[in-house]
Write a protein that binds this ligand. Structure first.
Ligand SMILES: Cc1cc2nc3c(=O)[nH]c(=O)nc-3n(C[C@H](O)[C@H](O)[C@H](O)COP(=O)(O)OP(=O)(O)OC[C@H]3O[C@@H](n4cnc5c(N)ncnc54)[C@H](O)[C@@H]3O)c2cc1C
Length: 407
C-alpha cells in the first residue's frame, strides 16, 4: 500500500463531474486526493450538459473556465414554446445580461469535453482508472475499500461521488432507495445545420404540451450541435436496476404525435435504442457514515428538468473542500456535518423545484394551462424565477449547524 500523508489520504470514488471538480477544489486547499474510477476510460454519461453561472463561477476560481468556454456555446435565449403550434409562450434573452447579472455565461458543452478539461487539470497521476470499488469496511480510523480485481486500498476519508446509482450511498443508507419519477426520456445530439425546421437553434428551448416536453440547447465552440432530451409521462413500472432499457426507435414519436415539425424533425434525426428512466432519490437524514461522505448525485440525485444535477454536484465541491481543509488527520464528522448543513436545504429546494417543473410543463389543456402560458409571456425568467438557482454563490457559507436552530 502507498505511503500516504494525512492530506493525501482522501479517496474520491468516481471521476464524474463532481469527483473531478472536488479533486480540483481540494487541491486549491493543499489536499491531493486520489480518484478511483471504475471505467477504463472517462466515458461520457448523458452526452451533454448545460452549465449555469452558479457552477461556472466556481470553474473560473478553479482555473478551468477559459478552456471550457472555448468548447462551449453560450445560450442566446431561454424560450418556451407550445409543442404543437410552435407559438412562443415566453422568451428571456440570456446573452450579456445573464453574464452581467450572474457573473458568467449559461454554457452548453459536450460532456466528453468537460471531462477532458477537468481530468487534464486534475492530472492523470491522481485518477486511477479501472478501479471499481465493490465494498467498504470501517477499520478504526481507516476505511478499507474492496476493488473488483480483488485488491484492497485504505483511506482516512472517502467521498462517494459515484453518481445516481451510487454503491457508496447504498452502504451509507443500507438499501437502494431510487424512486422512479413517472417520467422517462429519449436523448440525442444532432448537427445544428440538419435542423432546418428549428427556430432559435442557438437558444435553450422547451417545447411543451400535455403529453410531455422536449428540451434542447446548443453546444460546442461554434454552437454546431444541438442536444435534446424528450420527456414523457411513462406509466411503465421501473425497478431500481432498470435505469436504461432498450427501446424501439419508433417509440420516441408516440408522445409527440402531431407536434410541430421542429420537434418531429429533431426526434427523427437520430436513431435511439434506449429509453432512460428519470429517477430521483429521497432526501437523506445524513449524508455520511463514519469516515465516508456522499457528494453530488450520490447524495441528492434529482430529475433533470432544471438541468441542475451536475451544477449542484459542482456547488457541493466548494463546501466539502472548505470543510475538509479544517480536518487534517483528525475525525471528519464535524466537517461532514458542516458540509451537510451548508448543502442540505439548497439541494432539497432544487430537487423539489425540478420535480415540479414536469407537472407545470405537462398541464392538460384548460384554464390552468392558460394561466401558466399567460404567466410565461410576462416573465423575465432570470429575474423572476431562476435567479435563486443561477445567481447562487456556493462560496458563501449560509450553513445550518447542529444546534443553530435550537434557540
Ligand atoms: C438524461 C439526463 C440529462 C441530464 N442533463 C443535465 C444537464 O443539462 N445539466 C446538469 O447539470 N445535469 C444534467 N443531468 C444530471 C447530471 O448528469 C448528473 O447530475 C451529474 O453527472 C452528477 O455528477 P456526479 O459526479 O455526482 O456523478 P456522475 O457524473 O454520474 O459520475 C459518477 C462517476 O462514478 C463512477 N463510478 C460509479 N460507481 C463506481 C464505483 N463503484 N467505483 C468506481 N467508480 C464508480 C462512474 O463511472 C462515473 O464516472 C442529466 C442527467 C440525465 C440522466
Amino acid at each position: 500500500m502507498d505511503q500516504q500523508t494525512p492530506h493525501d489520504d482522501v479517496v474520491i470514488i468516481g471521476a464524474g463531474i463532481g469527483g473531478l471538480t472536488l479533486a480540483l477544489a481540494l487541491r486549491e486547499r493543499g489536499i491531493a486526493a486520489t480518484i478511483l474510477e471504475r471505467t477504463a476510460e472517462l466515458r461520457e454519461v448523458g452526452a451533454a450538459v448545460a452549465l449555469s453561472a452558479n457552477a461556472n463561477n466556481l470553474f473560473a476560481r478553479l482555473g478551468v473556465l477559459d478552456a471550457l468556454e472555448e468548447v462551449s456555446w453560450a445560450q442566446t435565449d431561454l424560450v418556451f414554446r407550445d409543442g404543437r403550434s410552435g407559438a412562443t409562450l415566453g422568451r428571456t434573452p440570456v446573452g450579456r445580461g445573464y453574464r452581467e447579472r450572474f457573473g458568467s455565461d449559461y454554457l452548453g458543452v459536450h460532456r466528453a469535453d468537460l471531462q477532458r478539461i477537468l481530468s487534464e487539470a486534475v492530472g492523470p497521476d491522481r485518477i486511477l482508472l479501472s478501479h471499481h470499488v465493490t465494498g467498504l469496511h470501517e477499520d478504526g480510523d481507516r476505511v478499507l475499500l474492496d476493488l473488483a480485481d480483488g485488491t484492497q486500498r485504505s483511506a482516512g476519508i472517502v467521498v462517494g461521488a459515484d453518481g445516481a446509482r451510487s454503491m457508496v450511498r447504498q452502504w451509507v443508507v443500507g438499501h437502494d432507495d431510487a424512486i422512479y419519477s413517472g417520467h422517462s426520456g429519449f436523448r440525442g445530439i444532432i448537427p445544428t445545420e440538419q435542423l432546418t425546421e428549428l427556430p432559435d437553434p442557438h437558444a435553450i428551448q422547451f417545447w411543451i404540451g400535455p403529453t410531455g416536453h422536449l428540451l434542447h440547447y446548443a453546444m460546442g465552440g461554434d454552437g454546431q450541435d444541438v442536444n435534446f432530451l424528450a420527456v414523457s409521462r411513462d406509466p411503465q413500472e421501473w425497478t431500481a436496476d432498470q435505469w436504461v432499457v432498450p427501446a424501439r426507435d419508433e417509440d420516441k414519436f408516440a408522445p409527440f404525435a402531431g407536434w410541430h415539425p421542429a420537434v418531429t424533425q429533431m426526434l427523427g434525426a437520430v436513431e435511439v435504442t434506449q429509453r432512460w428512466a428519470l429517477m430521483r432519490r429521497p432526501p437523506l437524514a445524513s449524508w455520511h457514515r463514519g469516515r465516508v461522505v456522499l457528494l453530488g448525485d450520490a447524495a441528492h440525485a434529482l430529475v433533470p428538468h432544471h438541468g441542475q444535477g451536475a451544477n449542484q454536484a459542482i456547488e457541493d465541491t466548494w463546501a466539502l473542500a472548505e470543510e475538509l481543509a479544517t480536518v487534517g488527520s483528525g475525525d471528519p464528522t464535524a466537517a461532514f456535518e458542516a458540509f451537510e448543513g451548508r448543502r442540505r436545504m439548497r439541494t432539497r429546494a432544487v430537487q423539489f423545484a425540478s420535480a415540479q417543473v414536469a407537472e407545470v410543463l405537462h398541464l392538460p389543456d384548460g384554464p390552468q394551462a392558460d394561466a401558466r402560458n399567460a404567466a410565461m409571456a410576462g416573465a423575465d425568467w432570470f429575474e423572476d424565477r431562476l435567479a435563486w438557482i443561477h445567481g447562487y454563490d456556493p462560496t458563501v457559507d449560509r450553513g445550518i449547524r447542529p444546534g443553530s436552530l435550537s434557540r
